[in-house]
Design a binder for this molecule. Structure first.
Ligand SMILES: NC(=O)c1ccc[n+]([C@@H]2O[C@H](COP(=O)([O-])OP(=O)(O)OC[C@H]3O[C@@H](n4cnc5c(N)ncnc54)[C@H](O)[C@@H]3O)[C@@H](O)[C@H]2O)c1
Length: 324
């Protein structure tokens, strides 16, 4: 279970793009704890300097401030690297509807530059962040790889493109690529601020500050909220997977399903509060229900998540209590 036994050859070098962000900084932390050389490439566009500063004392950590839209930057960052964990991208469905050109340049060309740089540099494994948004309007639950619907946002298009390029780089250029379709990740260091913040950190922060959170829609939408430790496991297991599993994308979730209203009342109960939420309009491009079938990742990557939603949310609440 989990990733305790996931070990890499001595001297392995990892490059985490987007390493100053939420998921990337958690990946850096997990790698550094295990003593691996970890290079972080980030342009700090949505990431935080604090997520870099916390590792600067570690001799195994190196930070490059740079943009994956620049191929030369990607080539330099890939020098001597064995494993790339490509997390750099802009998230948020609503923001992507406002800025389609930027999203294509950043999330598609950026990742394509990274694949090209990884190939030229002889990187062993290229693991990259995709998203459950690629399921679009496909109505069946749970979501299963190979059964995708019409895409509902420019953000989803970028992630779908990344997967197609990942397949091409495995097919034609001998780069072992693994796409990980993250389902609503949450946990320590996820940014609670701003109009595009994810719902869990935003609600926790608002409740802790005595504000009243707003639920978009009726709150009966459901998600497979995934604790960040499970995402770390999936990245490690993908790095250790065989070539026969390359060129494909995998659901990364816990395999559960929580209704937003239940999450909300679970948070208020855990925080000892009695606050009714406000309700606002539904957001364009949002999926109503999302829950993952994780059997493909289990079978082909050996992914075996051990952080349930309940266990993860308890850990997240504790972290925000201490760090907000
Ligand atoms: N958080 C989730 O629930 C979730 C769900 C599905 C997919 N994802 C994907 O996971 C990845 C990480 O997401 P996150 O939640 O940690 O977001 P985040 O915004 O916290 O981290 C992304 C990081 O990438 C950096 N970045 C963005 N564009 C860059 C560029 N051109 N060059 C260099 N660095 C760049 C940002 O500065 C930031 O530090 C993203 O690819 C995202 O699309 C996240």
């Amino acid at each position: 279970m989990g990733y305790e036994n996931a070990t890499f050859p001595e001297g392995s070098v990892f490059l985490v793009t987007g390493g100053a962000g939420f998921i990337g900084s958690n990946l850096c932390e997990a790698l550094l704890k295990r003593g691996y050389k970890t290079r972080c490439l980030d342009d700090l566009s949505t990431g935080k300097q604090a997520n870099v500063d916390m590792f600067l004392d570690d001799p195994n950590y190196e930070f490059i401030r740079g943009d994956i839209k620049d191929l030369d930057v990607c080539l330099k960052a890939c020098e001597g690297v064995d494993y790339v964990l490509n997390q750099a991208a802009w998230g948020s469905v609503p923001r992507s509807i406002e800025a389609p050109l930027f999203y294509c340049a950043n999330n598609v060309m950026g990742t394509l530059n990274m694949m090209e740089a990884a190939r030229r540099s002889g990187v062993k494994k290229f693991v990259y962040a995709s998203s459950s948004s690629v399921y679009g309007d496909e109505p069946n639950l749970p979501k299963r790889e190979g059964r995708e619907g019409n895409l509902l946002s420019p953000y989803a298009v970028t992630k779908r493109c990344d997967e197609e390029w990942g397949a091409q780089y495995a097919r034609h250029y001998g780069l072992d690529t693994y796409g990980l379709r993250y389902f609503n990740v949450f946990g320590r260091r996820q940014d609670p601020n701003g109009p595009y913040a994810a719902v869990i950190p935003k609600f926790i922060k608002q409740l802790l500050k005595g504000e009243v959170p707003t639920i978009h829609g009726d709150g009966r939408q459901s998600r497979d909220f995934t604790y960040v430790e499970n995402v770390i496991e999936a990245n490690f297991k993908a790095c250790l997977a065989g070539r026969e599993a390359a060129g494909e994308a995998y659901n990364v979730a816990y395999g559960g399903r929580e209704y937003l209203l239940d999450v909300y009342y679970g948070l208020t109960a855990a925080l000892g509060l009695d606050v009714e939420p406000n309700f606002g309009p539904e957001r364009a491009g949002d999926i109503k229900h999302s829950a993952a079938d994780i059997s493909k990742a289990r079978e082909k990557l050996g992914y075996d998540p051990d952080w349930s939603f309940q266990r993860g949310i308890a850990a997240a609440i504790e972290w925000y209590r201490e760090n907000l």
